[in-house]
Structures are given as C-alpha cells and as structure tokens.
Design a protein around this ligand. Structure first.
Ligand code: SAH
Length: 321
C-alpha cells in the first residue's frame, strides 16, 4: 500500500502548536524528533549503564526538530497535504530570520512510500553465512546448496533478534558446536530471540532444549523457526524472565544477553545446571570481559574459553561443583 510520508521541520517551541494543529486535522499518529530526546536518553544511560548505543542514536544530538506522519495516498490524503503546505508557507518566518539562524522554521517535505519497502528492506542484507567449518545460516527466503556434512540453519527472524550473523550469536554457536555432546546433552537457551541458538543446539545433536524469552514475539518466532528446521519436537519455547520460576536443569546453559544481564543470570545458573556442566554467555563487550569473567568465576565456575570477534566476546565456563 502507498502512503505519503510528510515531515514538517519546526522549532522546539513550535512543536506543541504544530502537533495541536495536526490533531485538530485528525492526524493522531506522528513521530517527533527532538534533540532534547538525546539529552534525556543520555541521562537514562547513566541510570541503566547500557553497553551499547547505536550510531544512529548518537546522530540524534545534531538533528533538527521535526514531526513525521503518514497520510494515505488518496484524494483525501492529497487534500490534507495541500492544506498543510499552505499552513507551513503562512507560518514560515521571513528570509532574514533564515539567514540569521541558519534554520528554516516550518519547512514541509514529503514523499510517496510503499509499506512493503520498510517491512522488507533489511532482508537484502541477510544472506547465507558460513559461521563454522560445518554450520551455515541461511534466511528462509534464500536458496542454498549444502555441501556434504554441512548443517544448515534456516531462519526468518521476523521481529525477533537473531539472524545468526551478529558476532554475539555466532560466537555462541561456535561454543555450542565445541561443547555439545550429541545424544546426551540438554540445553537451556536464555533469551532465545529468533530461536537460533536452540535450533543450532538441536541440529548439533542436543536431546532436549528449553528456549526462554521475555518477549512474547520472540517466543512465537522461536517456535516457528524450530518448526521450519524440523526440530520442534526437541525445542520448547516459553515466555519467561531469565530463569525465574524455572525448575528445569540442563547440561548446557547458553545466554546471549548483555554483560550486566549475564552477571545477574550467573548467580542463578548453577541451580539450573546438571553437575559439572557448561555455561556459555555472550553479548559481552570486550571492555567488560574481565568483569564478567570474574563474576562467573566468583560463582564457582572455571573459565574454559573466551572467543572474541570485533568488539564482542563470548565466554564458556564449567561449574566446579
Ligand atoms: N539468542 C538469540 C537472541 C539474543 S538477543 C541470539 O543469540 O541471536 C537477546 C534476547 O534476550 C532478546 O530476544 C531479548 O528479548 C531477550 N531477553 C532480554 N532480557 C531478558 C530476560 N530478562 N529474560 C529472558 N530473555 C531476555
């Protein structure tokens, strides 16, 4: 379906009057971009100690204040667009102001967009990827001829995290490949996202896998992907917060979260391991490697392996018992 994407640039003081006008015209859904949001975000970062801030978010500090919304590309949509264009011209400040401030206050730009563009754009960047000598990850919509002995994981991540091509994910898969004992091990996947690690574990021969996520969409997507790979009998996907309320024990716990969550989870992981089992954690920035490894050792684990890729690392540890 086609829409008219309309963006009106304004000043911070102009935001309230502009959004009131839009609401009076029946436009209720809009996205506001305001450099003040960046300041608020940075204040939150200091409270929560986030590990990673996307570059696009850093760009927010230089952005012009604007309101963006969508109109149907119909006669009615075109009529509203004309009305708004007139309004903006009437409200625009004089050219002298423009030169003084280097800011066009109340400028309107628009373009026609197709919703299928934004739903599927990212698919162009997800291609089959060989992540170990024997494991290939491929998007469900791409063809791939497997070589002898290759395991192919087919994923459609939908709205869940986990195409498998992010270093935090493929480092986990490399460690699963190294530590899973086929036909013997059971696995607990904490923060399963698209279900990719559970599926990898199943294809590598693990017996039973419990996939847990705090995001209900991820639980659904994980179930669908398990079906897609013919392993739904082995993989059970459930909604849950870390391991709270879970009684299940596994030979391997795998968690691709982020450093602070890994540390929180570590306190509880031993209770979910069978004897001298393996704990694989990832989503850890290299600068937090020592801190996380120390927290894992402190809870009675011996560090076996630390794999690194770019700015990320993953840790495999064994419970000393
Ligand atoms: N395992 C996948 C996805 C990792 S992204 C992969 O390796 O690619 C991290 C996932 O953890 C997200 O799906 C997020 O919803 C989930 N998550 C975050 N906090 C969680 C918590 N407290 N309990 C369970 N899952 C959590």
């Amino acid at each position: 379906m086609k829409y008219i994407e309309v963006k009106i640039y304004t000043t911070q003081e102009g935001l309230d009057p502009l959004t009131c006008i839009l609401m009076d015209m029946g436009i209720a859904g809009f996205a506001i971009e305001d450099a003040r949001d960046f300041t608020e975000l940075m204040e939150k970062k200091n409270c929560y100690d986030w590990d990673y801030i996307d570059e696009k978010l850093m760009d927010m500090q230089n952005m012009r204040t604007s309101v963006t919304f969508y109109l149907e590309d119909s006669d009615e949509g075109q009529r509203i667009l004309k009305e708004l264009q007139n309004l903006v011209i009437v409200n625009r400040k004089t050219s002298t102001d423009f030169e003084d401030n280097n800011l066009i206050e109340n400028e309107l730009v628009w373009k026609i967009v197709d919703d299928s563009d934004w739903k599927d754009n990212w698919k162009e960047y997800f291609k089959p990827a060989k992540i170990t000598d024997n494991i290939v990850i491929k998007p469900s919509w791409e063809a791939y001829d497997a070589n002898d002995g290759e395991l192919v994981i087919e994923i459609d991540p939908g709205m869940a995290f986990g195409t498998g091509t992010h270093p935090t994910t493929f480092l986990c898969i490399r460690l699963l490949e190294k530590y899973i004992e086929p036909d013997r091990d059971t696995v607990l996947d904490v923060g399963c996202g698209s279900g990719i690690l559970s599926i990898a574990a199943a294809l590598l021969g693990a017996g039973e896998i419990l996939a847990v996520d705090i995001d209900p969409v991820a639980v659904e997507v994980s179930e669908e992907n398990a079906k897609r790979n013919g392993v739904s009998e082995k993989v059970r996907s459930i909604y849950g917060d870390l391991t709270k309320g879970l009684n299940e024990k596994a030979d391997i716990v795998v968690a691709n979260l982020m450093a602070d969550l890994v540390v929180m989870l570590t306190a509880d992981v031993a209770a979910h391991l069978k004897g001298k089992s393996i704990y694989i954690s990832s989503g850890i920035l290299i600068e937090k490697k020592q801190m996380v490894a120390a927290a894992i050792e402190e809870k009675g684990f011996q560090i076996l392996d630390i794999l690194e890729e770019g700015e990320w690392c993953a840790i495999a540890a064994q419970f000393r018992n």
